[in-house]
Design a binder for this molecule. Structure first.
Ligand code: ATP
Length: 239
């Protein structure tokens, strides 16, 4: 783990008349997994969308390496090397798995070694390569969505709740795939409600509540401390 690749400093986001993020501050260390947890409506997705410029920060600073990105357009932020896997997965149901992957490759073609590596992480995608993606199961769609985000090397990957609605057996496969990304020193910010998944992968953890980051620290400390979990997360993580 090295220094931060991304720094949020007192970030505020308004959506219409609502003041959603109210001074979010945390660092994302390079080459590690940062997990954002917190109750429903805490502002986790809004934080990812604000980093991506899909919502504009109304105040505060977001620095990616040495650049201030909070005023940039999403396309510029994406070109700078930040990829996003939204909760809605953002895949095209009428297009095949292959076509979905190809659209995500900015050069318009595949690097064969990279493609082999990605398909090795998610074998069902190889199997259903020619199938319209709308026919995939929920877990397979989630895999496709992640595969799209990593088909080219990215400096930072933002992933929103990959386990949502996914069966436990597939969650295990997904942990393996993310562990492989970890071995490659990929920098990931993961929003995750499933505490087993979050604690299996997270190096650092950010707990959000009511539009703020109320706790930052090592995931191992939070995972080992039930009082801390109770204080910040109530029982919702174990429901
Ligand atoms: N388009 C919108 N218009 C108005 N309010 C919104 C909009 N999108 C999100 N919000 C509000 O912003 C707050 C934070 O939402 P957000 O989706 O960031 O929370 P979250 O922590 O990701 O929650 P969850 O775990 O339920 O997905 C919520 O109160 C939500 O209702």
């Amino acid at each position: 783990m090295t220094g931060p690749i991304l720094r949020l400093d007192k970030v505020h986001t308004h959506i219409g008349q609502y003041h959603i993020l109210q001074g979010v501050t945390f660092d994302v260390p390079e080459g590690a997994f940062t997990v954002i947890v917190g109750r429903n409506g805490a502002g986790k997705t809004t934080t990812l969308r604000t980093i991506l410029g899909l919502w504009k920060a109304s105040a505060g600073s977001i620095r990616f390496r040495d650049a201030e990105i909070s005023r940039l357009d999403t396309s510029e932020i994406s070109r700078a090397g930040i990829a996003y896997v939204p909760e809605s997965m953002g895949i095209f149901g009428d297009l095949t798995v292959r076509e979905n992957m190809l659209l995500a490759a900015r050069t318009g073609r595949f690097d064969k070694d990279r493609l082999d590596w990605v398909l090795g992480l998610f074998p069902p995608l190889r199997k259903f390569w020619g199938l319209a993606a709308g026919n995939l199961s929920g877990g397979q769609k989630q895999m496709l969505s992640i595969a799209r985000a990593i088909i080219e090397p990215r400096e930072l990957l933002l992933v929103d709740e990959p386990t949502k609605g996914i069966a436990p057996a597939i969650i295990e496969d997904m942990i393996d795939a993310f562990l492989e990304l970890k071995r490659m020193n990929t920098t990931v910010v993961l929003v995750e409600q499933n505490f087993g998944f979050a604690s299996a992968l997270g190096d650092t953890v950010v707990v959000m509540d009511d539009g703020r980051a109320v706790h930052r620290g090592a995931m191992s400390d939070l995972a080992a401390d039930q009082d801390l979990q109770q204080k910040y997360l109530g029982l919702s993580l174990h429901d």
